[in-house]
Design a binder for this molecule. Sequence first.
Ligand code: FAD
Length: 364
Amino acid sequence: MKAIVIGGGLGGLAAAVALRKVGWDVDVLERAPEFGEVGAGIGMMPNALRALDELGLGAEVRRLGTPRVAGGIRAADGRWLAKLPAVGQEEIVAIHRADLHRTLLEALPAKCLHNNVKATLQDGVDADLVVAADGIRSGIRAQLFPHFPEPVYAGATAWRGVAPGPFEDLEIAQTLGPGGECGVLPLGDGRVCWYVSTVAPPNADLDPFELFEKWHDPIPRLMAATENILRHDIFELAAPLPTYVRGKVALLGDAAHAMTPYLGQGACMALEDAVVLASCVADDELPSALARYDQARRPRTQRIARAARQIGRFGLELRNPVAVGMRDFVFRALPSNIALRGMTRFSAWQAPRLHPIGSNPSVT
Ligand SMILES: Cc1cc2nc3c(=O)[nH]c(=O)nc-3n(C[C@H](O)[C@H](O)[C@H](O)COP(=O)(O)OP(=O)(O)OC[C@H]3O[C@@H](n4cnc5c(N)ncnc54)[C@H](O)[C@@H]3O)c2cc1C
């Protein structure tokens, strides 16, 4: 069986690794001249780590990233609003995107990987399956759903970077302030990935140093130490797709469910998609396998996209000082594991086992 994967981002590469694990022949088509990821960090939640374990890459990702650091949520002045200890928690791994991307890339033979190909559905005519992993501006989604609304601006913009460090003794933290939020993801080698984001009109001309100069240490320090700062206005697919499958095409990752980043689950969902898709096609004939993929992935990812939007309303979108004070009070009053439940409740997902076709002991 032959699959064409359109898009060589985290989702597309994960799909290729997963499909090869169940015995498929895969070609990945990437339009960029080289495979790569942006210079920023990413948090791998426990659910994504289980997906990576099933791809055989969990140990390497834990080695390259920083697992099991204590952390929690802080206010803009640095007070901890909710904090979880390092021990007894499910691990979250902070990792540089380029390291995660390279780990997936190295799990694929060079013959599968094709750059400089701006693919269309036509490239998949001879394949049994086409995986559309071509991101939030998916051309394949536009071809399949010509009347579906374009991604919309989510009302905020973000800056991201990796401070070279070394910075010692930092903990994973998300900081909620009035009208903005920040994240600090320390890597094991002393570098620190960070992001700051603020409510803003689209394309607003803003200076992040000015906006965040009074936020708690180490945020201004990390920003000042970073040479290459990236900016992204945040977009999402506001309307949920009616299906992730059309014929032999499966949408995956941001192409299917681009969401706001406030739950840190966007790429985690792409990794889950990849493992579930491979598990479905390994166990079943293609039409029913793809129907099962759609049923398994659409409700969960669309629920998480909704939750991410809602959590943004209590996070960076809150600007009124009284409302901010009340939110912070509630966070501090609750036991930390309950206060952080909004962030962690989607992490319990278990990955299906990937068996080569015909060898699944549960299918008779
Ligand atoms: C500020 C910010 C912070 C985030 N933080 C987190 C986080 O902490 N944790 C998390 O899990 N997620 C996070 N996310 C979300 C995460 O970045 C995305 O969900 C994830 O990168 C999507 O991966 P993807 O492979 O689906 O799409 P993409 O990464 O967009 O990859 C799509 C690929 O397809 C290629 N392509 C497009 N069209 C074609 C074509 N026609 N032919 C061939 N190739 C094509 C593109 O060049 C690209 O390489 C964040 C997002 C933002 C904006």
